[in-house]
Design a protein around this ligand. Sequence first.
Ligand code: HDD
Length: 694
Amino acid sequence: MAGRPEGTTRGNGGETHQGAGPGIDRLTTNHGVTIADNQNQLKAHARGPVLLEDMIFREKMMHFDHERIPERIVHARGTGAHGYFELTDSLADFTTARILTEVGERTEVFVRFSTVAGSKGSTDTPRDVRGFATKFYTKDGNWDLVGNNVPVFFIQDAMKFPDLVHSVKPEADRGFPQATAAHDTFWDFTSLMPESVHMLMWAMSDRTIPRSFRTMEGFGVHSFRLIDAEGRSTFVKYHWKPKLGLQSTVWDETVKIAGADPDYQRRDLFEAIDRGDFPEWELGVQLFDQEAADKLPFDHLDATKIIPEELIPVRIVGRMVLDRYPNNFFAETEQVAFCPSHLVPGMDFSNDPLLQGRLFSYLDTQLKRLGSTNFHQLPTNRAKGREGGCPFSNFQRDGHMQMNVPKGRANYEPNSLALAGEGGGPREDPQTGFTSFREPMEEGPKSRIRAESFADHYSQARLFWRSMHPAEQSHIVSAFTFELSKCQFEHVQQRTIANLRNVDEDLAARVAKSMNVDLPQISPAAQPVQDLPPSPALRIVGNMKETLEGRCVGILIHDGSDADEIAAVRQAVNEAGGRCFVVALKIGGAKLSDGNVCKADGQLAGSPSVLFDAVAIILSDDGARELVGHGSAVQFVMDAFGHLKAIGYSKDAQPLLDKAGVQSDEGVTGLNTGFISAAKQRFFDREAQVRATP
Ligand code: HDD
């Protein structure tokens, strides 16, 4: 890590310095009593029994025994960072929410990224949707935008959420598999729920194996409302666009990353912030009114649908920068509580039945997880957007872990006994307070019903498939093949493929062929499938930025490597905004051509090429011949080639490339003949050479 001064990207948030905080160098009990001995329990004599009276031991052990809280029922594994949001384009025509009207104002944010299915101790890189939850500490109160890196969802009605989650979590009798959808219960459930097919297409695409949190898009998924000063409503869908562009891994790579570094994505985020390479996203909005909504060939209140950017463009209105890592993972990242119900005046919900169910679930789950109705008083959750301390003010009182000491005799409203000068307050304010959109309601019988307009399950799945680059299509086929091949029940496999026939006959046929199973009868579709125009904005290939910014080049060296070549590659990579990581057989490094020892950043066996975006193989003739005998060196090169990465190499490194089966193409270059521009790309055309594309 390039050593930034300690505390520049952390700290500042230190409202609570318990324990070894500044100025406290004594070890104390939780009650402030100085501890004389932190090594031994109190005993009757040197080798005698321990005394129950030892309150210091009992306090320490009791606290330790209760350190864990229930992990999140979904999105248990995550990491977070602080930063700010800055508005660049006012939406004052649509909303009174100051965060969206005050251009240039910076609003503090906390973002938590997560995987969905795995438990807290699982790895960072399974095939899974990523959570992208943002808490904006705005002047008007906290706004939580609790989104994912995929713009649609598996189900249309929150009633099915517990079923969906049960099906994807470890199976009920055996408690496995962990952190994967590739098992019978998930595919059993989804194959019986055709509404999930569009999301399945996204889930089986490269979107769910992102290279980094920094190279993912984020989506608020649902339609929300913005409300202007006259009470008029405009629908809005939120998008996060990464400054570094979209980038994913390939499947074999992501599987190997999980072994090489289970913390790969959180480490990436932490290290980027630590070296001052602050992750950044643009906030985009799709704005549309009821009339435009009525003209869409699908229902925008259905969370299994997108509105293609080609139909309603995404307007960029701000940017978010993450520039500070938490001081304490538990206090901030684990205890942060996001709720889609946290909106501020000038915003409102839509009637999306998935969103409506979420409005209850998150508040409820925080109570379970954090153990008290006062979870909003934790530093990470406190509304802090106004000057002068904690800005919430009401007559809700007491409860577990009450952290405030409210003054006065009256704890009800209205009252006339509150402290002098406070006018019996706090009181409501109809002018600036939260008001719901005065939506006219249709009349009809109370019922549990799914709207007819939600019945088209396949048209957008087809749109997605047809929008993909051929390389992405074959990855989707491989992913379905992989996951369904893990299912033991043939009828589950068959029902899924039967559904896929409605998406695209070619897709279904390719999955069946690559599994070597019969193509089943097509399943009945509730509505005729529409041929909607493809949306190129949905592709990753083509939308990946050709840049070295935020990327890392692994340089493989050995004794005798040319010092000048190493220096030249380092300089060129740095000038292009990238980083280098030197890998050698031994951590102590290698003796270079000039007699100097170059230390390694990582040992070869522990630093496989999956951790890098491109590799440079800089070896002497002898060095190359020696490394040919080391499986980890051969694998280093073979994987870089197989994962479609650029390989720059010194002439003498050829024997190692030959042994690794590298064939020449435009991504395999000399060190100073195009390596830097190659290192900014992935070479999808190479894929046919390295694996059978289904
Ligand atoms: Fe959810 C957590 C995103 C549907 C119920 N969800 C959670 C998190 C994210 C999302 C990012 C992690 C927040 C954090 O970092 O603490 N969830 C989504 C999106 C959805 C969605 C984008 C669909 C558009 N979720 C959804 C439904 C329900 C829930 C339909 C239930 C009715 N989600 C929860 C939860 C969690 C949660 C059980 C677990 C931990 C938590 O809330 O704080 O309440």
